[in-house]
Design a protein. Structure first.
Length: 173
């Protein structure tokens, strides 16, 4: 970066334009012959690979049988600083399952991707995954429901929770 002094009264701009074109042409040739070193990413054909720890779009995990892992305890919603999680709980027909969410929604336009929901969850039912793209044409697309959070095509049938019910019951949790 160069600093242009106010005293510079040079109004002859052609050398400046030619210098700029020379630099542009130099980078063009360099990029054509050395694509691996190219700094520009040709998005969306090329996507940046973030760290596996990147906190992107939310995932609701599932149990071994594919059912939603969430127990509708509301800890994530209580801890969410943006108040963007809305859960409706219901009793489960299986006596061993105390509660489950019949509805779980996250308003992605309010979410600040802080990860507090993930931290608060006692059964690894919610995670912030590596996806970061949230395209959509109107506001309603950004309220992610339970089906999108747990079973969207990118998740290939669902991501299994690390907390197993049988292990949990054995531990008396
Ligand atoms: S990442 Fe933060 S703001 Fe977003 S839903 Fe979770 S707790 Fe709320
Ligand atoms: S996602 Fe986790 S913290 Fe949130 S309601 Fe479900 S079990 Fe509780």
């Amino acid at each position: 970066m160069s600093v242009v002094s106010k005293e510079n009264k040079n109004v002859w701009y052609l050398p400046g334009i030619l210098t700029g074109l020379r630099i542009t042409f130099k980078h063009l040739v360099k990029n054509i012959f050395n694509k691996k070193q190219m700094l520009t990413l040709n998005y969306p054909e090329e996507k940046y690979e973030y760290s596996p720890r990147f906190k992107g779009n939310h995932i609701l995990t599932v149990k071994k049988d594919g059912a939603i892992r969430c127990t509708a305890c509301m800890l994530c919603a209580t801890n969410c600083p943006a108040e963007c999680i809305k859960i409706t709980a219901s009793e489960h027909e299986d006596a061993q399952v105390e509660k489950f969410p019949i509805s779980y929604e996250i308003d992605m336009l309010r979410c600040v991707f802080c990860g507090f929901c993930e931290e608060a969850c006692p059964v690894d039912a919610i995670r912030l995954g590596p996806e970061w793209q949230t395209p959509g044409k109107n506001g309603s697309n950004f309220i992610y429901d339970i089906n999108h959070l747990a079973y969207r095509p990118q998740l290939k049938g669902g991501v299994q929770s690390a907390v197993d019910d049988q292990d949990r019951h054995k531990a008396g949790i």
